[in-house]
Design a protein around this ligand. Structure first.
Ligand code: ZN
Length: 109
């Protein structure tokens, strides 16, 4: 289950503020942890859809190719001339057929 990070941070900050305002003199770390975990668990879960990235796959397996396929739906880009991967991604940040966002990953160049 996922929770909103800001909501968790706010809840923990609020716990600290209340402790200070109440003039708490004792610091029982274990009690604090138990109470903070209860507070975090009580934060309602949020829905989140993981972002799916696709890749342009060169048809001939090289980094210079005139045809590139979407890794998600297999839509083929045909350029009529050899294109390097950088240009393919720059020109086609999304697949026009399935809408997937294209990400080359960590490669450079
Ligand atoms: Zn696609």
């Amino acid at each position: 289950m996922l929770i909103d990070r800001d909501a968790a941070v706010k809840a923990i900050e609020q716990y600290g503020i209340v402790a200070i305002n109440d003039g708490r003199k004792s610091l029982d770390t274990v009690d604090d942890i138990v109470e903070l975990m209860r507070i975090v668990r009580a934060i309602s879960a949020v829905d989140a859809v993981p972002v799916v990235y696709g890749q342009w796959i060169s048809v001939d397996g090289t980094q210079e190719c005139d045809e590139w396929d979407c890794s998600v739906c297999a839509r083929r880009l045909t350029f009529g001339e050899e294109m390097n991967a950088e240009d393919v991604y720059d020109l086609n940040p999304f697949c026009s057929q399935c809408g997937t966002r294209m990400d080359r990953g960590e490669q450079d160049g």
